[in-house]
Design a protein around this ligand. Structure first.
Ligand code: 5GP
Length: 125
């Protein structure tokens, strides 16, 4: 079910549980600011989720309330993951759903990183 992208933060959400090590994930990368792991239901040959370590509900929350260090660290992590996956030359797509109309399902900010094939139209229909 789609969630409100403006909080409050639910510490029992599935990505919070992955961050705490309570649930497993197929980890791609981790540093002080970010964790990247494969999406459980991939929609492209490469479909990785990159999440900040802090408790942010959505991009709306993160962009307003993240510190400079958190925002810089997270952004650099997203770029590094794409680079490490050798997606820079062929290209890739970043997407972040915010709130109900975007269909956000997990209320912890995440960026979807898609690649590994020509991705086609930006939105269906
Ligand atoms: P959203 O719709 O919130 O932008 O995307 C949530 C994404 O999280 C979906 O692509 C979904 O497949 C993925 N997802 C949901 N639960 C889990 C999980 O437990 N593990 C992993 N790796 N991905 C998950």
């Amino acid at each position: 079910m789609a969630v409100n992208g403006t909080g409050p933060y639910d510490p029992q959400n599935v990505f919070a549980r992955i961050l705490r090590g309570e649930l497993p994930c197929k980890k791609v990368y981790e540093d002080e600011y970010a964790l990247a792991f494969h999406d459980i239901a991939p929609k492209a040959p490469i479909h990785v989720l990159v999440i900040p370590k802090g408790p942010f509900v959505s991009f709306a929350d993160f962009s307003s309330n993240g510190t400079e260090a958190e925002i810089t660290g997270f952004t650099r992590a997203v770029g590094k993951v794409a680079r490490d996956l050798k997606l820079e030359a062929p290209g890739y797509r970043l997407l972040s759903n915010v709130g109900v109309e975007a269909g956000q399902e997990v209320p912890h900010f995440h960026v979807h990183l898609f690649g590994g094939k020509a991705l086609g139209a930006m939105l269906p229909g």
